[in-house]
Ligand binder design. Structure first.
Ligand SMILES: C[S@@+](CC[C@H](N)C(=O)[O-])C[C@H]1O[C@@H](n2cnc3c(N)ncnc32)[C@H](O)[C@@H]1O
Length: 501
């Protein structure tokens, strides 16, 4: 059967994940001590609505390929791809099995099929064993030497406490033929309340509470697939290592920039120091952190760099300002750190927001190299700073066309991910910024007063005043809109410098 136990009743959410951006994967490789992957033959398995893949293809040089067997989702992504005339993206509606066959046939016909990046986000645990093996075969046969795999998955030990709840959700859903989580939670909760102090029931109630307000589509896809495979990290590394096929796949690092700077308590550090084996140590960190989800990178014969070369790469990398912090961004930060952030942002602001090398940003700052990069990474995590693609890109015109088509297409109230060729990734603009941008580019169609009126009349917009009280009358909404507009005008030169429009 085509859907192979995967959910077919609902399409997935339209989500963007910057962790699978080639540039971000490469920065993770550098922090882990490996040479970034230069070529971009990039494959995404199970791309969902395709938002990440579309954004990465339009904003990067290279060749991008993806598959998802949900035909509605593929039609949605293909439509955007065609309208925006993205030239370096091929989208298939193949199942993983069909894709493997397609690639094998192409290879047998003498075509060169191979990828430097193979990424799969939110897939591995939710497909059955047969499909997991097919995914592994795709990686084994079509990951190039020097290539990298990104794979994310629910993991043990953290997810163990959700297993019982998930089992009941799934059983109830099957037996009652429903995917309605109000009913599923209500039944499960009633059961757990029979003896709420019992450990199993406590975990069940925690699971329900954690997911009570999560997105309904997410809940269906998270809990109601036939499979819910939960590996330990160390088991996953074994699976990858034993793949074979032109070189083992070795664990590189967790693809989370902030994780490279994670501090453990001195007691924990002391404990971890006695473990030499990298995998064993990482597994014990998962126990310390009670990890529920992992974002792993595996590499096939990646080049290890000396400390000097890593520094060279890092200091030559260019960074660019994406947005300004708000008055709350650094709340709760130690005073000296707050000033270091502000100084870094003002440096990035200099010379009309031009991208700057890390070595230039560090010069004159009163911090050491490690603290400096951790500050920069925190600013990246807050979406205030981006890392630039190493070579000047020829994709700027394509990106501008894509972004303008997004501006035109979407509903007034939707937040959207736009593309940026300078960073090779997506940049989120909220619904008001989108509305203001539309107005900025089509000023002749409506004056600002009319735009404010339209937003005021749109029931999807809600505003709060400085005291966090909901704005009800026209005047207070207009006051808030003026403030938002001022903020937008401050960000506008940054967006223009990023050559997004
Ligand atoms: C949880 S969604 C994740 C989507 C996307 N990667 C994201 O994170 O937004 C899983 C996706 O995998 C696709 N999928 C599941 N099994 C598949 C298979 N055997 N072949 C192709 N696609 C599959 C589903 O259609 C779905 O879009």
């Amino acid at each position: 059967m085509k859907y192979d136990g995967y959910i077919q009743s609902s399409d997935y959410e339209d989500l963007y994940f910057d962790v699978i951006q080639p540039n971000i994967i490469n920065l993770n490789l550098l922090f882990a001590g490996f040479k970034p992957v230069k070529n971009k033959h990039y494959l995404e398995l199970g791309f969902g609505m395709g938002r990440s893949l579309l954004t990465h293809a339009v904003s990067n040089e290279g060749y991008f390929v993806g598959t998802d067997f949900n035909e509605n989702q593929v039609a949605f992504a293909k439509n955007i791809c065609e309208q925006a005339k993205i030239s370096n993206l091929t989208l298939y509606a193949d199942s993983f099995e069909q894709l493997l066959e397609r690639f094998r046939k192409m290879k047998a016909n003498g075509e060169e099929v191979g990828f430097d990046f193979i990424v799969l986000h939110g897939i591995y645990c939710w497909v059955n064993e047969e499909n997991r093996q097919i995914i592994l075969s795709i990686i084994k046969e079509f990951l190039r030497e020097g290539g990298v795999v990104y794979i994310s998955y629910n993991c043990l030990p953290g997810r163990a406490t959700n297993m019982d709840a998930r089992h009941i959700f799934k059983l109830y859903s099957q037996k009652k033929h429903t995917e309605n989580f109000d009913k599923i939670f209500s039944f499960t909760e009633k059961f757990a309340q029979l003896e709420p102090e019992n450990t199993i029931n406590k975990n069940i109630l925690d699971t329900i509470n954690t997911h009570r307000h999560s997105h309904p589509i997410y809940r269906v896809h998270e809990f109601l697939c036939d499979s819910w495979y939960l590996p330990y990290f160390s088991d996953m590394t074994e699976t990858m290592k034993n793949l074979g096929g032109g070189g083992d796949l070795n664990y590189i690092c967790e693809c989370v920039l902030a994780y490279h700077f994670k501090n453990f308590t001195p007691k924990q550090e002391n404990f971890l120091a006695q473990i030499n084996d990298v995998i064993f140590k990482e597994q014990m960190k998962d126990f310390i952190l009670n990890k529920q989800f992992r974002y792993d990178l595996y590499g096939r014969r990646l080049t290890k760099l000396s400390k000097k070369r890593i520094d060279n790469y890092l200091f030559e990398a260019q960074f660019v300002l994406l947005d300004y912090p708000t008055s709350q961004t650094f709340e709760g930060c130690e005073e000296n750190l707050k000033w270091a952030y502000i100084e870094l942002i003002s440096k990035l602001e200099g010379e009309d927001f031009a991208p700057k090398k890390a070595k230039k940003l560090l010069a004159g700052l009163n911090t050491d190299k490690k603290v400096f990069f951790s500050l920069l990474i925190n600013l990246m995590t807050l979406n205030l700073v981006g890392i630039c693609v190493p070579n000047t890109t020829h994709k700027i015109d394509e990106v501008k066309f894509y972004n303008h088509s997004l501006l035109k297409e979407q509903k007034l109230s939707q937040e959207y991910i736009f593309a940026c060729a300078l960073t090779g990734g997506g940049i989120s603009l909220d619904s008001l910024e989108r509305a203001f941008l539309n107005h900025y580019f089509n000023e002749n169609q409506m004056n600002l007063e009319e735009l404010f009126e339209r937003i005021y009349q749109d029931e999807n917009f809600h505003f709060h005043d400085a005291n966090n009280q909901a704005c009800k009358d026209r005047e207070s909404v207009f006051t808030q809109l003026s403030l938002h507009y001022k903020k937008f005008l401050r960000r506008l030169p940054i967006l223009m410098k990023l050559e997004m429009f």
